[in-house]
Design a protein around this ligand. Structure first.
Ligand code: AP5
Length: 207
């Protein structure tokens, strides 16, 4: 571990954003560009780790149901996911490369807004950077509506997205304080996911 326990040997970039803003799309573009520029990355989706455990336990059948589980259960899944992500990254990356974690700074659960990056998660991830992917509330609501593969009706349309965008911004900054992470805001403009990916990669190269 580098920097007296404040960092992992590999770099860690946590990517957050309102559901449907396009995090996963931007990160698949990033994976292509990173390879061509010789940057070794591993992208891990936090929700997928939570889902794997929840599926094994037979408590959900869909990733969009995780946020409706009892909060104590979500907390347990959150803790296990953070530990497993770092364990897998250490095995794969060793002392080199960049772990990218696709997740949320704030989750809209049935019991209220809930931090995706509370201290116990940060103690595992120790992020060098928290990147916040953004777009206008109107664009995000339109992407949510177009993406039929997911259930996002509980996000509350344009007004619900606007509120979540503002609160998630604040939550990202609050989370950054614990491990002195930088916070970067990246616009994922309509039809320009590869530009957002390039902007993110250029920031990662400066870490
Ligand atoms: P997860 O599946 O990560 O949540 P999500 O944000 O709802 O879904 P995505 O990440 O798939 O959305 P996205 O923003 O990446 O959008 P996409 O690229 O698909 O997590 C599932 C659950 O896990 C959460 O609900 C939560 O319960 C739990 N969880 C996760 N992290 C947690 C944590 N830390 N703590 C506790 N719980 C946690 O794009 C959407 C659409 O937009 C697509 O159709 C795409 O084609 C389109 N699009 C994207 N970019 C553009 C563009 N530039 N122009 C036009 N269209 C675009």
């Amino acid at each position: 571990m580098a920097a007296d326990g404040l960092r992992h040997e590999f770099k860690v970039v946590v990517v957050t954003g309102v559901p449907g803003v396009g995090k996963t799309t931007v990160l698949s573009e990033l994976a292509k560009i990173a390879e061509s520029r010789g940057v070794k990355i591993k992208v891990s989706n936090f929700g997928t780790y939570m889902l794997e455990t929840a599926l094994k336990e037979g408590i959900v059948d869909d990733r969009d149901k995780i946020r409706t589980l009892p909060l104590r259960k979500q907390l347990e899944l959150q803790r296990l996911a953070a530990q497993a992500i770092v364990r897998d990254a250490a095995r794969e990356l060793g002392s080199d490369g960049v772990l990218i974690v696709d997740t949320h700074a704030l989750v809209k659960t049935s019991a209220g807004y809930w931090p995706g990056l509370p201290r116990h998660v940060l103690d595992e991830l120790k992020p060098d950077m928290i990147a916040v992917i953004e777009a206008s509330p109107e664009e995000i609501a339109a992407r949510q509506a177009r993406d039929r593969s997911r259930y996002r009706a509980d996000m509350g349309g344009v007004e619900g997205v606007r509120r979540l965008l503002e609160e998630a911004r604040t939550a990202s900054i609050a989370s950054a304080v614990h491990y002195a992470s930088t916070v970067a805001f990246i616009e994922n403009r309509e039809g320009k996911a590869s530009e957002a990916a390039m902007q993110l990669l250029q920031l990662i190269e400066k870490l």
